[in-house]
Ligand binder design. Sequence first.
Ligand code: FPP
Ligand code: MG
Ligand code: MG
Length: 333
Amino acid sequence: MMMSPAMRRVVSEIDEGLVEIERQLIGDLEFTDSVADASGRYLLEAGGKRVRPMLILLAAQLGDGNTQDVYDAAKAIEITHLASLYHDDVMDHADRRRGVPSAHTVWGNSVAILTGDLLFARASQLMANLGEKAIRLQADTFERLVLGQLHETVGPENGEDEEKHYIQVLADKTGSLISTAARAGALFANAPGDVQGPLREYGEKIGVAFQLVDDVIDLSPQPEQTGKVPGTDLRQGVATLPMIYLRQSAQTDAADADLVRRIDAESGDLDTATSESFANAVGELYAHPVTERTRAEAKKWAAEAIAALDGLPDGPVREALNRFGRKLADRDK
Ligand code: FPP
Ligand code: MG
Ligand code: MG
């Protein structure tokens, strides 16, 4: 793809920043305790896409660019994300992440949960370097993250619209931190205040799009590509958008009603997690048109995110955020 010289400069700054953040993160996650020292860097070293640091560095290009403040914000947000994954895999009974056994299968639930807590402490220490505003941003984001997870766990209230509830969960558990990442980059690089609104909206909506695709990937029968166990959401009894759509079409389609019955018979029951019939049902759901409908919905959210970029100055940052939004809905890992 053709790149303008301004765009090439931005891309090389981001690449440079990502390398430096990675180097610093390894040092930031050192612990004198030997167990914590091993478990604390485990998921970081297993891989990950570094979407949040990338967004922070991009947004920082609207201001002073790669500064230590921007790196501290990027590291704090990536460490918060990592912390949430240690907890998430315990709650989801998910045995693999990033192509390796998840932390609780290596060290047990208690160490995995405590490692998440330790990481959250380190993230807070980094935010403290940036002052009160940063701590408040971190605390407010953390609250939404946890509430999103809580609302996913308890499900919709009586009479609450299932699809609306689900989208709100995605906005809270994923959109909140991605939105904070986009805003923090601009904020800690001293960019003009009027970019905050568009970046916040872009991040919220791109976060929903990102998680919608994640929920499709959860059904993928190719664990070697996704690095995760197929059907984890359904096994937990969490109805993601493909399942919500399937239930809707099952009201008029007998084959879909049969698939719903087969999934419902086993979901929420961890003992049947590995049964062949459940794996087959998850595979059928993955191949069903509801999956494409979910990707289309992700594209709609990505398009709305891109529309929010109209509020940013014309230039390479806006163009890069636009490209990221367009590519997102087609990812498969
Ligand atoms: C992944 O979702 C999980 C989240 C986006 C957030 C989970 C939040 C918590 C566990 C709250 C506790 C947070 C901290 C910082 C200690 P998923 O399970 O749908 O995705 P997956 O496929 O990546 O597992
Ligand atoms: Mg999970
Ligand atoms: Mg989860």
